[in-house]
Design a protein around this ligand. Structure first.
Ligand code: ATP
Ligand code: RIB
Length: 294
């Protein structure tokens, strides 16, 4: 089973500060780093490091930042054949990380905002029955819906990570098999679980940060607790969770085992700096599960 990830790529410019600045406030810290990020790209890398076969559709700009992304995707073994290039800047995320590993992020979307349904059509052959489509909301919602519709027509399994949360067409829920909001995103979506199930979504999986993850379907509900770790940088925790979860499903694990692997992978990720840099391999994840208990 292959995974098709469609979403954003950003260059993350991160300042390490004692506390996250509020409106009108300047906070002086000392650390700074430039790393590869973007929710789509992070999830594609997380899937690939877990050993899944991944094709990534994204839009990059006409600047040197784009080259860094392309080189990295290739190094990760990700199929880059359908990456679009746009005559604007590559997406940039300005990130503050505080002493507790908490973060705040502002994104200049650039090329991500230009990923269009015609870019999806250019990759028509990637929509194959039985494969997984993994989506987030950091690209235009019309493109997300277009891809989800196509995937449903082709009998793919669609996983939607509704981040960053925004107003989305209701039809998207009926094209989604598994939806993975965090707590805030779930509240902002403004839809009851029963309504989601009525519209065709099979599983609602809510990530709960240090408390783990909750699965609800029409027939069951349970929590998979998080591992107790000391977080260094939680940027990309949700992306790691989503990527590792999709990869585990693609590799044949059932839903509960996939959640357990994803929770372990995300626990590793929060103990490392950066987004893509922090994504663990399948081997690291398995060793972590062997050596730690929840
Ligand atoms: P982010 O926006 O920071 O990438 P998110 O808000 O999308 O993350 P979270 O619910 O914070 O998602 O985290 C996703 C998963 O990562 C959680 O379900 C959990 O398994 C793991 N995780 C996050 N924070 C911690 C933590 N402090 N300790 C252990 N595991 C964590
Ligand atoms: O989810 C984390 C990501 O959100 C960062 O890598 C940043 O690029 C923003 O898109």
């Amino acid at each position: 089973m292959n995974i098709l990830v469609i979403g954003s790529s950003n260059t993350d410019m991160t300042a390490l500060v004692p506390s996250i600045p509020g409106p009108g406030e300047t906070v002086v810290g000392s650390g700074y780093r430039v790393t590869l990020g973007g929710k789509g790209a992070n999830q594609a890398v997380a899937c690939a490091r877990q050993g899944a076969r991944v094709t990534f559709i994204t839009a990059l700009g006409n600047d040197s930042l784009a080259q860094d992304h392309l080189a990295s995707f290739k190094k990760e073994g990700i199929d880059t054949s359908f990456i679009a290039r746009k005559p604007v800047h590559t997406g940039v995320a300005l990130i503050f990380v505080d002493q507790n590993g908490e973060n705040s992020i502002g994104v200049a979307a650039g090329a991500n905002d230009m990923l269009s349904p015609s870019d999806i059509d250019a990759a028509d052959g990637c929509f194959r029955e039985g494969d997984i489509l993994l989506l987030q909301l950091e690209i235009p919602s019309e493109t997300v819906l277009y891809a989800a519709r196509k995937a449903k027509e082709r009998k793919m399994k669609v996983i939607l990570n509704p981040a960053p949360v925004r107003n989305i067409p209701r039809e998207l829920f009926s094209c989604t098999d598994i939806i993975t909001p965090n707590r805030h995103e779930l509240a902002a979506l403004g839809i009851a679980p029963e309504k989601l199930f009525e519209m065709g979504t099979e599983y609602l999986i809510t990530t709960l940060g240090a408390e783990g993850v909750k699965l609800v379907s029409s027939g069951e509900s349970y929590i998979v607790p998080a591992y107790k770790v000391r977080p260094v940088d939680t940027v990309g925790a949700g992306d790691c969770f989503n990527g590792a979860f999709a990869a585990s499903l693609a590799m044949g694990y059932d839903i509960r085992a996939s959640l357990e692997r994803a929770v372990a992978a995300a626990a590793i990720a929060v103990t490392k700096e950066g987004a893509q840099a922090a994504m663990p391999t399948a081997r690291e994840t398995e060793l972590f599960i062997q050596n730690n208990s929840i």
